[in-house]
Design a protein around this ligand. Structure first.
Ligand SMILES: Cc1cc2nc3c(=O)[nH]c(=O)nc-3n(C[C@H](O)[C@H](O)[C@H](O)COP(=O)(O)O)c2cc1C
Length: 374
């Protein structure tokens, strides 16, 4: 079957990954209400169709935090990416770089920031969870700075890890544990088994120390190592070490957005962690216009969560986002076919954005405003 859209890549990922890993990517918190809303709520907005305008030249480039991207997409930070394809983070960074999209490395990644620097053609972003061990957090910020990262992204919606029922059912551990119950499922994914056994060891590369036990549950690791006492003061602490552009990921509330700007944050990423944290919160796209209005141009705003079509990107940009971040769309591509799969995901979205620009009678994505939607 030819791949027409991101949903097809998801289907391929489902065929190729052991279930425990597919569910780790695909799933959300508890009843997955917010996960579903992230996608469905794009339907609350309709695009305005204009005709008989010259749309022969179309431009979807955007500038975010002073950096120009050919594509209005930044790959969201994702942990443990090497589980889905050998050197998954490096492969994704290469694909983003080739496509002119942005890339944000997770502090839970299986590759280090120094590794990413070697493959990315333009500066990338680094995402940090503030750890209880502040010395370690400081060291990570300093390494990202030394590697030339252009923005520090602090993810602030994970004081504790959300309860992901699918992971509980599947008994997810890193690395995945083979059990009699999941043996048949692993056995029908020989390609993944081969790649996993012949690929590099999968660990959160920036966090583990030599000799450390590397069998863990993600929830157990997060809840024991991440600092639950983080407050706005710590944003200033991180900023003082970093010294460059700083973004907060996980903002949904306009009052939090205003506080972030008051604390000197340069960009806000409107996100509910892809529906993986607090189930029952509003979707990213429905929160976006309120955050944009609260910020009133004092910081840049990005949308993260639920983007599966080019038209979703047009709607987000029309509502005031500078660009969109995508998590699962590229993870499905990676799991399906490595770097080529990520490239495919970006190609699909690029073509859909271009088509949507032409058919709405628009020539410049960055010039869209709220008049483009109803
Ligand atoms: C497998 C997986 C791992 C993730 N790991 C992280 C992470 O380490 N840090 C982080 O800030 N967000 C993480 N996220 C959340 C993404 O950055 C992003 O917010 C989310 O995927 C956006 O929703 P979408 O998948 O609908 O695009 C992860 C998401 C997935 C699917």
């Amino acid at each position: 079957m030819n791949i027409a859209n991101i949903a097809d890549l998801r289907q391929l990922a489902w065929q190729r990954l052991p279930r425990v890993l597919f569910d780790y990517i695909d799933g959300g918190a508890q009843d997955e209400v917010t996960l579903r809303a992230n996608q469905q709520d794009f339907n609350k907005f309709t695009l305005v169709q204009h005709v008989l305008r010259d749309v022969s030249k179309r431009d979807q480039s955007v500038t975010v935090l002073g950096q120009k991207y050919d594509l209005p997409l930044i790959l969201s930070p994702t942990g443990m990416t090497g589980l889905f394809w050998p050197n998954g983070a490096l492969e994704a960074a290469r694909a983003a770089s080739d496509a002119g999209a942005g890339f944000c490395l997770s502090s839970m990644s299986t590759s280090t920031v120094e590794d990413i620097k070697k493959v990315a053609k333009q500066p990338t972003w680094f995402q940090l969870y503030v750890m209880r061990d502040r010395g370690m957090s400081r060291e990570l910020i300093e390494r990202a700075k030394a590697a030339g990262c252009s923005a520090l992204v602090l993810t602030v919606d994970l004081a504790l890890q959300g309860q992901r029922d699918r992971d509980v059912h599947n008994g997810l551990t890193i690395p995945p544990t083979l059990r009699i119950s999941n043996l048949p499922n692993f056995a029908t994914r020989p390609g993944w088994i081969w790649r996993y056994l012949t690929g590099p060891k999968v660990v959160p590369a920036s966090l583990v120390k030599p000799g450390q036990n590397t069998l863990f549950t993600i929830a157990g690791y997060v809840n024991s190592q991440f600092d639950q006492s983080v407050t706005w003061k710590d944003i200033e602490w991180a900023k003082s070490i970093w010294g460059g552009s700083i973004a907060l990921k996980g903002i949904l509330d306009p009052e939090d957005a205003k506080a972030a700007v008051d604390h000197g944050v340069d960009a806000l990423i409107v996100s509910n962690h892809g529906g993986r944290q607090l189930d029952g919160v509003r979707s990213a796209i429905s929160a976006l216009p309120y955050v944009v209005d609260a910020v009133a141009g004092r910081a840049e705003v990005l949308l993260d969560g639920g983007v599966r079509r080019g038209t979703d990107v047009l709607k987000a940009v029309a509502l005031g986002a500078k660009a969109c971040m995508i998590g699962r769309p590229y993870m499905y591509g990676l799991a399906a076919n490595g770097r080529a799969g990520v490239t495919k995901a970006l190609d699909l979205l690029r073509n859909e954005i271009d088509l949507a620009l032409a058919l709405t009678g628009s020539t410049s994505l960055a010039a869209l405003d709220r008049s483009a939607i109803l």
